[in-house]
Design a protein around this ligand. Sequence first.
Ligand SMILES: [Fe+2]
Ligand SMILES: [Fe+2]
Length: 155
Amino acid sequence: MTKTIDDQLFFEVAGQVIGKARYDEMKNCISHSDITVYQHCIKVAYTAYSFAVRHEIPCDLRALIRGALLHDYYLYDWHDPNKGFRWHGFKHHRFALRNAERDFPLTGRERNIIYSHMFPLTFWCLPKCREAWIVTLADKRVAAEETLKKYRKKA
Ligand SMILES: [Fe+2]
Ligand SMILES: [Fe+2]
């Protein structure tokens, strides 16, 4: 039996983050293809949330949503060669965490979600809770979909 997803909780928690502080700046940054980092983070958060609810994984859903929404809060366009953002894949989790800590009150779990979301590329930043594992998987799934979309467009 498929568990129904309670969108109300998602939107209530998302409302604490989306549109607050510098969140809207992510609308100006591209993730992959023509998807903005703003759209990407919301998609990752909803994918992670619905996965946890559907499979009834015991976890802190509020932390999961907040951490996922902020996992790419690095606030620059990594495609811009003039800005010299080298090694984006290896570094942006740190920039995202620094910005998120500055702009939002974060729990330890939320910090770990942001810090470890590039695992295993950043193999030294281990996901230390279920929420972080779910977000890192959701991020890869959504990023793969976005990248496929880019290549389908080119074909
Ligand atoms: Fe990322
Ligand atoms: Fe991401």
